[in-house]
Design a protein around this ligand. Structure first.
Ligand code: HEC
Ligand code: HEC
Length: 380
């Protein structure tokens, strides 16, 4: 609230000094502020061309990604829809007390993760799990660490209604957004209808998050030139990754390096948070989590569903000799190749770890994280 007021004062000053915007609705300072309606998004006259972005050949020719692709979700990306989605994604009015937007827990400069072990919600509570990065969702199957949402459209309204995250009722939200000056036109442009509904909110957010595509990394630029752009160390790491010697590419598969399946990778013998097992109740699912994509992994610490590791070397030190003997440990991480068998010890050398980390860093998309198409359209 204090924060809102400080901003309000700054805005009133701004409006007084340069009364270039028309009739701002300013609440008196001692009245509670119902919304952050004063801020209007700054959008380009010529909309960004979200519908035209395509993935490079190595994605399109990857048979596995072709199986996964959810382009045909019934909600194709349009420039107007994704533009509205971008505004919604960054708008704190989507939370019950105007303090939290999707972007509060999904920061562009961290490939849409947030750098926190657990994220603070609208009322000071914290999420149970680590915020996930959001790229190439189009090529992923099932969302959240426990994969409880089967499509992006199923997913995007959940954080809004979550009692920790944004605490918002969808009926209240549609009324609230209808009262904000900038929304009716954005909804009309996107859906030919200025009446705001939860379905339109879902579709616009779905289009925007699906438009977040990461394909401009050093790795992606290396594919067509046989990795001649890589250093010797990066190429050593690439070979180690893809040789299967350390099995990384058995689970973090495809040009998306994961986002496809779920496994128990042996973080614990008994998991405090049992992931998919909480939903199914099956003993073999206790500790089963989504195998997240390793794209941008350099930017998405802390790691794992509970954010327990903060550095990439900690990750390698876990996979190298510290995998726990879980009763249903995935067979790709056991020495006898049986589910629940003894954890494998890879005996990685320091040099191999260094090379793997150098390779993982080639998966960072420095262009995505400063791309104005995905940036905050609000002036704060
Ligand atoms: C308070 C923090 C917070 C807010 C606000 C928030 N998220 Fe998240 N997001 C998370 C966390 C934490 C997870 C993982 C939760 C889990 O697995 O149970 C997550 C997961 C996701 C995923 C799943 C990604 C994957 O790879 O499976 C998507 C998509 C997503 N959020 C989109 C959004 C959108 C869209 C909004 C706004 C409507 C939003 N989030 C608001 C914290 C947040
Ligand atoms: C048996 C499948 C499997 C193998 C093999 C595997 N991983 Fe994973 N990996 C997972 C799963 C599942 C998770 C998420 C686990 C969780 O959070 O509980 C994960 C998480 C990670 C994360 C954290 C990502 C994030 O954003 O939080 C990194 C980094 C990672 N793995 C790297 C590797 C590397 C490097 C290798 C090879 C040494 C490897 N993995 C081998 C399944 C696997």
């Amino acid at each position: 609230m204090l924060f809102n007021r400080v901003i309000l004062v700054i805005l009133i000053l701004g409006f007084t000094l340069s009364s270039c915007r028309k009739d701002p609705v300013i609440s008196p300072l001692d009245e509670p502020i119902d919304s952050v309606a004063l801020y209007v998004p700054d959008l380009p006259d010529q909309l960004f061309d979200y519908e035209s972005i395509t993935f490079p050949d190595h994605f399109q020719n990857d048979p596995l990604l072709n199986l996964l692709i959810n382009f045909n979700s019934g909600n194709p990306i349009t420039n107007e829809g994704a533009t509205l989605g971008r505004v919604l994604f960054y708008d704190k009015n989507l939370s019950a007390n105007n303090t939290i937007s999707c972007a509060s827990c999904h920061h562009q400069d961290k490939a849409f993760s947030d750098g926190q072990q657990f994220s603070a919600g609208f009322n000071g509570g914290h999420t149970k799990r680590n915020s996930m990065h959001l790229v190439n969702l189009e090529y992923q199957r099932d969302f959240f660490w426990d994969e409880r949402a089967n499509t992006i459209e199923d997913q995007v309204l959940m954080p809004i209604q979550d009692t920790i995250e944004m605490g918002m009722d969808l009926n209240v939200l549609t009324n609230k957004l209808s009262a904000l000056t900038y929304y009716p036109k954005l909804f009309f442009d996107a859906f030919g209808d200025s009446v705001i509904t939860a379905d339109y909110i879902r579709d616009a957010l779905g289009q925007f998050v699906r438009s977040i595509r990461s394909y401009r990394t050093k790795y992606d630029k290396g594919v067509p030139v046989d990795f001649s752009n890589f250093s010797t160390l990066e190429n050593e790491g690439r070979e180690l990754f893809f040789s299967g010697q350390f099995r990384c590419n058995n689970c973090h598969i495809s040009q998306n390096f994961g986002g496809t399946s779920n496994e128990i990778n042996g973080l614990d013998i008994n998991y405090a948070d049992q992931g998919i097992g909480v939903i199914t109740g099956n003993p073999e699912d206790m500790g089963l989590f989504k195998t997240v994509s390793l794209r941008n992994v350099e930017l998405t610490a802390p790691y794992m569903h509970d954010g327990r590791f903060t550095t990439l070397i900690q990750i390698l030190n876990f996979y190298d000799g510290n995998i726990q003997p879980h009763a249903y440990l995935d067979d790709r991480l056991t020495s006898d190749m049986n589910t629940g068998g003894p954890p494998i010890d890879f005996n990685m050398s320091d040099h191999e770890k260094e090379a793997l980390i150098a390779f993982l860093r080639t998966l960072t998309d420095w262009e995505l994280i400063i791309d104005p198409w995905y940036s905050n359209p609000f002036p704060w």
